[in-house]
Design a protein around this ligand. Sequence first.
Ligand code: F6P
Length: 343
Amino acid sequence: MKVGLLTGGGDCPGLNAVIRAVVQQVTNAGGECVGFLEGWRGIIKGNSRPLHVRETDEIIGLGGTILGSSRTNPFKNPDTDVPAVQKTFRDQGLDALVAIGGDDTLGVAYRLNEEYGMPTIGVPKTIDNDLSVTDFTFGFDTAINIVVDSVEKLRTTTASHRRIMVVETMGRHAGWIACFSGIAVGADYIMVPEVPVDIDHCCEVLKKRLDDGKNYAIVVVSEGAKMPNRKEITTSAETDAFGHVRLGGIGQVVAEMVEERLKRETRSVTLGHIQRGGPPSAYDRVLATRLGLAAGDLVIKKRYGTMVALSGTKIIETTLKAGVAASKTLDLTYYAEASAFFK
Ligand code: F6P
């Protein structure tokens, strides 16, 4: 049995832990693994490297992905790229392909299975935690811990200067990172894409806190948060191969509005890719390992067209179709709980 692996889309901590677990599981069953470099680009171009237990054994705590990643989409030029994927598959003598990625990467794995009968299996990943069926994705826990750590550093300088600090997080169109990290740092206000920004309410809450004697304030805003009846703020008009815009800039917009209304110095910090960097948290290492072992099991059982997922505390099998059907926006129960502090 020969199994291909690839990691696609935005990297996140825990990818290497999945690779390690799949390689171990497949090797335990007498099979061998090969890794394709830079996501779907690697399989289109036939760029790969062998993956053995010895070389992957120590990568559990390594951030990023040893295979590299890209946002290449074989369905952008399907007439040339899909046959190229099939050719590499044949040339390498593969029995299965494990795609580790978010909705875009898994969407490609789904279509290759559904439309071309390729034996694909998915492992969900993303710091954004916006994939359906799986309760939490690895990468998310590490990202929110990075935000918490960053805000604790920002807190001391913000307090020293009696400022208001607006911290912009990643998360694309889902407010999971902003909401969870905002709750965890006791933010004075949180803005998420699922709830239109109410700048007057935000300023009211901040003013009350400052009038009460707090001499600084922290606002956490998700990059996808929107002003009422306006689109998200982007840093570039270009879109990637999957049609995604590049979000960014809402933090500065909010900071300027708050400063103007409250007449209090307000700064913004965009945390950016630091949220995807460095070693995975212990939680993400364990989750990624469990998902990787389960994906290896699905390969051995020839359960193609499926995806592993976290349901409660259990790792379950679901279909790629269900996994990519819709993206999972923030459960507003969490936002309601956070809002108890914004009175
Ligand atoms: O999906 C993960 C993510 O980090 C989003 O939160 C963010 O909007 C996007 O990827 C950034 O992508 P890139 O690395 O291409 O700038």
